[in-house]
Design a protein around this ligand. Structure first.
Ligand code: SAM
Length: 280
């Protein structure tokens, strides 16, 4: 007789403070046949802390089809697999998508075990509107790619949430200030649930300067949250707006040039004014 199919559990683990491990996650990890993890050595320490002896198997989204196929074969044979990532909720800027997709396509039950997630913790404590938001994950690492994505987001009216690496955070905040406007409210949420937890809200230009001036703010794990645009005018600079500003600046003071260029181009006058200051 063919055994019943197993289950794939998607198990959230803490993002820093091990006290945030939920009891149901411990039970599922203890009773599963396998724990699939992106970094088995890292996850071994977590399992050891909770006295869990379940064998580990490596899984990445770039694991070849053979590996996810092997896991699905185990599930089809009736075994239970618990997927975890290095921290937080699997599949949120972490591996798992291909495995979940494949398991579901084979009719395997996929069960989430909810728990910590860095962007949810950050949003819930940020003070920015949380009724509507978008999660963008990591921005491109190179400045041109990052600029392009930010420009595409400049008219976004929902709160925007990003993960960012510590060595890029100052550059990213400066790029955001230039593109979204200096006065746009933003929050850095750093080292959540850990000893140096910091959640700081300020206009982008101030936040960028604060982070640039203090090396400690460029350490650890970071979520950035940006208030959405108020709508109406675009905060994205574009080549046309820059050309018109350059022509007007030859004749007018920056504030007047920015006000006129805003009417012509629809770009926010504060963004145009900030741009003119950078031209000096
Ligand atoms: N799956 C995870 C989750 O549920 O949030 C995210 C994994 S992603 C590879 C790692 C990024 O999440 C970090 O670079 C950082 O941007 C963010 N992050 C993770 N833990 C964090 C923490 N304790 N405080 C702030 N940000 C954190």
């Amino acid at each position: 007789m063919k055994p019943d199919k197993g289950r794939l559990y998607i198990v959230a683990t803490p993002i820093g403070n091990l006290g945030d491990m939920v009891p149901r996650a411990i039970e599922v990890l203890q009773s599963a046949d396998w724990v699939a993890a992106e970094d088995t050595r890292h996850s071994q320490r977590l399992l050891a802390h909770f006295n869990i002896n379940t064998p580990l198997v490596a899984y990445h989204d770039y694991s070849d089809d053979k590996r996810s196929g092997q896991l699905v074969t185990k599930l089809e044979a009736g075994e239970t697999i618990a997927l975890i990532s290095d921290a937080g909720t699997p599949l949120i800027s972490d591996p798992g998508y291909r495995l979940v997709r494949r398991a579901r396509a084979q009719g395997i039950t996929v069960v989430p075990i909810p728990g910590a997630c860095a962007f949810v913790a950050a949003l819930s404590s940020s003070g920015l509107p949380s009724d509507r938001f978008i999660f963008e994950g990591f921005l491109p690492a190179k400045s041109q790619g990052r600029k392009k994505v930010l420009e595409q987001l400049s008219g976004e009216t929902r709160t925007m949430i990003f993960y960012e690496a510590p060595h890029r955070v100052a550059d990213t905040l400066e790029a955001m200030s230039a593109i979204f406007g200096a006065e746009r409210e933003a929050v850095i949420a750093r080292e959540l649930s850990k000893a140096f937890e910091t959640i700081h809200l300020a206009p982008l230009v101030e936040l960028a300067a604060w982070v640039r001036a203090d090396g400690n703010q460029q350490r650890g794990e970071i979520v950035l949250l940006i208030r959405g645009s108020k709508g109406g005018q675009s905060t994205a600079l574009n080549a046309d707006a820059e050309r018109i500003m350059a022509l007007l600046l030859a004749e007018l003071k920056p504030r007047r040039a920015a006000a006129l260029a805003a009417q012509i181009t629809g770009v926010d006058k504060n963004v145009l004014y900030d741009w003119s200051l950078q031209q000096k």
